[in-house]
Design a protein around this ligand. Structure first.
Ligand code: TPP
Ligand code: MG
Length: 371
């Protein structure tokens, strides 16, 4: 496959057009039945609802912050549905769709963004590591982990592989380049899943790279491909193949999912300060949910009852999340000390005691009738 079309534009693997039409791709066959297609639609709709509710909860003061995945549902759901239970995923902080597929309860995500938990789920149980805010750092964690998987002899046709999610902005971090190189020279079973959502807060990709990001893999000696990130089928089929190749000892691959962050960077951000409304309108026409809905309707894979049931399920989910979020218990302030080391140690004991005294000083002040 050549790197360029005749017009010099990068190729984009697309299996599902914005109109809902299915296109065959010689390298990435889509092996999926009607039940799974309906399942993908349900995932997309429910995850968008989790996101919408979370943004609203933040606006009502119930969450400290939220990073919206609006627009990136297909990239996340497709790639995560390509994983096997024994695979391990390393997320950034916007991977609510991946968490959903890996069986993490949305209320665990809400707990983290509400500030009442330090993570929220057991990484080993879900095959999903905790969210990482330090941009790009998880690419190194994933590569090291993949090298461990390789050394444990856990790869092979029925074995496991690793996937790491990161953003366009993360490609400007040294960590990401180091991870690419380590993965390449060690032939590590890791898939680099880059969601190019066109923005790193207020920085567009043109200010971060002179070449399309997927081509960077070639310089490190492994394949890179750009996919339509709003196409859940492309995300599924390409990730499946990349994970299988990684398991079978063919080393890393970079998948650049070309998508768009339709919301703000986080609830603290106002994107109208740095991007024009027309851009959003252009991407709305490529909405990942609308195109799968169109496909299902055109192919007669689901009737009105199906769509109504998914909508009703989303309503029930929203209602449940609102009440679960409001009733999340506040942790004991000293709990944080339990989460640092597996074994106790003197330094930490001293710090805990000092912090306990500090907290008690407020109670004393209150008892003395102070402020
Ligand atoms: C090492 C580091 N530097 C800077 C930041 C501040 N920061 C938070 S998000 C962000 C942009 C990340 O953009 P991108 O990788 O495209 O991910 P996106 O938010 O678009 O999903 C930056 C610079 C950080 N969290 N970590
Ligand atoms: Mg980005």
């Amino acid at each position: 496959m050549s790197d360029n079309t005749a017009h010099g534009e990068p190729e984009l693997v697309q299996l599902l057009t914005p109109d809902g039409e299915l296109i065959d791709h010689p390298d990435y066959p889509l092996e999926i039945g009607p039940e799974d297609i309906r399942g993908l639609y349900r995932d997309l709709v429910l995850v968008r609802r989790v996101d919408t509710e979370a943004v609203a909860l933040q606006r009502q003061g119930e969450l400290g912050l939220w990073a919206s995945l609006l627009g990136q549902e297909a990239a996340q759901i497709g790639s995560a549905r390509a994983l096997r239970p024994q695979d391990t995923a390393f997320p950034s902080y916007r991977e609510h769709g991946v968490a959903w597929v890996r069986g993490v309860e949305p209320k665990a995500l809400l707990g983290m963004w509400r500030g009442v938990s330090n993570g929220g789920w057991d990484p080993a149980q879900h095959g999903l590591q905790l969210y990482t805010i330090v941009i790009g750092s998880q690419t190194l964690h994933a590569t090291g982990y993949a090298m461990g998987v390789q050394r444990d002899g856990a790869t092979g046709e029925d074995g496991s592989a690793v996937i790491v999610y990161f953003g366009d902005g993360a490609t400007s971090q040294g960590d990401t380049s180091e991870a690419f190189n380590f993965a390449a020279v060690n032939n590590a079973p890791v898939v680099f899943f880059l969601q190019n959502n066109q923005w790193a807060i207020s920085e567009p990709p043109e200010r971060q790279a002179r070449v399309p990001l997927y081509r960077r893999a070639a310089g490190f000696g492994f394949p890179g491909v750009r996919i339509d990130g709003n196409d859940v089928f492309a995300s599924l089929a390409v990730t499946r193949k990349a994970m299988q190749q990684a398991r079978e000892g063919q080393g890393p691959m970079l998948i650049e999912a070309f998508t768009y962050r339709m919301g703000a960077h986080t609830t603290n951000d106002d994107p109208t300060r740095y991007r024009v409304a027309a851009e959003l309108e252009e991407w709305k026409a490529k909405d990942p949910i609308l195109r799968l809905r169109a496909h299902i309707q055109q192919q007669g894979l689901g009737d009105d009852d199906f769509f109504t049931e998914v909508e009703n399920e989303a309503d029930r989910l929203g209602e449940r999340l609102r009440s679960e979020c409001r009733s999340l218990p506040d942790p004991d302030p000293l709990d944080i000390f339990h989460e640092v080391y597996a074994e106790p140690n003197t330094q930490l004991d001293l710090q805990r005691a000092e912090f306990a005294d500090y907290l008690a000083s407020f109670e004393d002040a209150g008892a003395e009738g102070g402020r």
